[in-house]
Write a protein that binds this ligand. Structure first.
Ligand code: FES
Ligand SMILES: [Fe+2]
Length: 369
């Protein structure tokens, strides 16, 4: 390597990472099946028999609350002849397959099936639904298709404690709004866009003048685990786009905890929790959800107004950007450009993109690229 090569700027990830269906398939079977993915909020599965079906990495799963109060998840497939078991969300006393009525206990054990007693050697105890790893983080339910995955605390050290500090009422929060945003771009384009604010001043005037103080904005990768923390001070109170009570600890700060690869807790000034999560569908499309929370899901004019403001400004602005980049990545005229890396960090740096792209590259190369 020449001296000149050593000093060459680090370039953004090659376009094929965002456009090639074979790379997406590698991510689906590898990364997305081996990391913690958000399944839903616990308020939907609070009582015995409550369930929630979700699709994660192309696999159908459901979470269900057992008679013992434990929340478990299973692959959504009958152990008879493979019919899916549950759809949507709701409550059941037992899990009954709609095909031939085999039924399962809420802990996944086989319960009964028409005429199975006539089957020589039928061993009910050997039939169980296939379990999926499940963890709850302050009421947010995550699943991991990898039986051997490290626990969330190892992936995201310290986040549980910090969230409790920044959002003291997180234990009683429930969703007030879910906003679903289908995006025509690769999920990584959307996650990268979320993970830099180099585009904020030009593209997000409301966020940059009415929520955060851009001069104080920074995004930092944690030294352990897979977390990107966004930090900022609150904008001057007279410029804020909603009222903020500064009497509580951390009320004057903005924080975001991005949990690789597809979820983020955001704490707006005033200790207001909202979330982002991404569901990758294929190389060219994903869906982003914005969640807004209040104690017990109670009506709040401020949070409703903030959710609408965010949807009409930041979310709409980002949607245009990421879909445009999705098209640009397919241009034969594109050659990945240098990332703007600044040791001092700050708003006009893409330091977190370097970290993200390193994780993205490792995820794909680890699957035999
Ligand atoms: S496939 Fe479920 S009972 Fe037959
Ligand atoms: Fe943005």
């Amino acid at each position: 390597m020449t001296v000149r090569d050593a000093a060459a700027p680090l370039r953004s990830l090659e376009a094929r990472y965002y456009t090639d269906p074979a790379i997406f398939e590698r991510e689906r079977r590898g990364l997305l099946s081996r990391t913690w993915q958000f399944a839903g909020h616990e308020s939907l599965v609070r009582n015995e028999g409550d369930y929630l079906a979700v699709e994660i990495a192309g696999e159908s799963l459901f979470c269900v609350r057992g008679r013992d109060g434990v929340l478990r998840s299973f692959h959504n497939v009958c152990q008879h002849r493979a019919h899916p078991l549950l759809q949507g969300a709701g409550g059941v006393r037992a899990i009954v397959c709609p095909y031939h009525a085999w039924s399962y206990e809420l802990d996944g054990a086989f319960r009964s099936g028409p005429n199975v007693a006539s089957v020589p050697g039928f061993d009910a105890s050997a039939i169980r639904l296939a379990p999926v790893r499940t963890e709850t983080l302050h009421g947010f339910v995550f699943v991991n298709l990898d039986d051997n995955a490290a626990p969330m605390e190892a992936w995201y050290p310290g986040v549980r404690e910090e969230l409790a500090e920044y959002v003291p009422d997180i234990g009683v929060l429930e969703p007030l709004e879910w906003i679903e945003v289908p995006e025509r771009c690769n999920w990584k384009v959307s996650v990268e866009n979320y993970s830099e604010c180099y585009h904020c001043t030009l593209n997000h005037p409301t966020f940059a003048t009415g929520v955060v103080r851009p001069e104080s904005y920074d995004i930092r990768a944690s030294d352990r685990g897979y977390v990107l923390r966004h930090v900022s001070e609150c904008q001057d109170l007279e410029r804020m786009s909603y009222p903020v009570d500064l009497s509580k600890p951390h009320a004057g700060e903005y924080r975001s905890f991005f949990l690789w690869p597809a979820f983020s807790f955001q704490v707006y000034p005033g200790n207001l929790l909202n979330t982002y999560h991404w569901r990758p569908h294929d190389a060219d499309t994903c869906t982003v959800w914005r969640g807004w929370f209040t104690p017990g899901g109670a009506e709040s004019e401020t949070v409703r107004r903030l959710a609408r403001q965010d949807r009409e400004t930041t979310v709409a602005e980002d949607l245009r950007l990421v879909e445009s980049v999705g098209r640009g990545l397919k241009s034969p005229g594109y050659r990945p450009g240098p990332l703007v890396l600044d040791p001092a960090g700050g708003l006009n740096a893409e330091n977190a993109i370097r970290t993200l792209q390193q994780w993205m590259r490792e995820a794909v190369e680890g699957e035999g690229a």
